[in-house]
Design a protein around this ligand. Structure first.
Ligand code: MN
Length: 289
């Protein structure tokens, strides 16, 4: 399988300990993936040197995403909250650099969670400023950012690819791209191909997830249209399989994402199936003429 294809760590483990990541790397490699996406939501707690060492000993490369809690919300109007969030984002960027990764993705612009009111102009300005500063820090390290578009229950700043482009224009940094996730697109976009075409060459990262977050092809996501559109725009970036089950729990993230159901229990079977599914879809999608 391709070195562009990855699997989210939560397929394997809810732990970020060195032994847990070492085992996740072994299983990621055995399932044929070239990337392991770490959850860097709590970078302070990570043994960065230890994790860097296990990645260096593995053929699997690192990538990372994260989610900010409400008390670290960079789209807040409370300065101390924004500062805490910005500091955590920088810690995550530094950790990923030390581990050898080049692209930080996920919801880097907002808390991850249900907002009960629309975003404010002042809050949006804070989010733009924080992402711009983080992008400049990333550029100095030769790294890029990709902002994940999530559904209405997980952020109030933007929920579509088109909305993400407007936000990127306000940020105004070349190394900030869009991160699309089929699970969220299935909720918010008019169709699975239009959003990909709109984002076009500003697409920097992809999460492939089913409508219920379980086995690919067993839900309602129109993967045929999605992968055909990826073929049309000539997307060559990372594609990471993301799936969650109550069988693997990381308390904070699982709670935020509302993972209450046991959609699978065999991580190895799930990942191998996803690898075959994504590879077939990529081959089919490339034949769009
Ligand atoms: Mn995602």
């Amino acid at each position: 399988m391709s070195e562009r294809l990855g699997v989210h760590a939560l397929v394997w483990t809810g732990q970020n300990s060195v032994p847990a990541i070492r085992e996740a790397l072994t299983r990621t490699d055995a399932a044929g993936f070239g990337l392991l996406e770490l959850n860097l939501s709590a970078p302070e707690a990570l043994d960065v040197a230890g994790v860097a060492e296990v990645f260096a000993a593995s053929p699997v490369a690192p990538t990372a995403s994260l989610a900010l809690p409400a008390d670290h919300d960079v789209s807040s109007t409370e300065p101390a909250t924004v500062r805490r969030g910005a500091a955590r984002l920088l810690s995550a960027l530094e950790a990923l650099e030390a581990i050898g990764g080049g692209q930080l993705c996920g919801v880097l612009y907002s808390a991850l969670g249900k907002y009960s009111r629309a975003a404010t102009d002042a809050g949006r300005r804070n989010a733009v400023m924080v992402v711009r500063n983080l992008a400049q820090e990333a550029a100095g390290r030769g790294m890029t950012l990709a902002l994940e578009v999530v559904n209405r229950y997980e952020s109030n700043l933007f929920n579509t690819g088109e909305g993400a482009l407007r936000f990127l224009d306000e940020v105004g940094e070349d190394n900030v791209l869009v991160h699309l996730d089929t699970y969220h697109m299935n909720i918010e976009e008019d169709d699975m191909s239009a959003a990909v075409r709109v984002v076009g060459d500003r697409l920097g990262y992809v999460h492939v997830g089913e409508s219920h977050r379980g086995y690919l092809g067993t839900g309602t996501v129109d993967f045929t249209s999605f992968f055909r559109a990826l073929g049309e725009i000539g997307y060559q970036g990372c594609i990471t399989f993301e799936s969650f089950s109550s069988a693997v729990v990381e308390e904070a993230l699982s709670g935020t994402l509302a993972i209450w159901r046991d959609l699978w229990t065999d991580s190895d079977d799930l990942a191998r199936h996803a690898g075959r599914f994504i590879t077939q879809q990529l081959v089919a999608g490339a034949r769009h003429d």
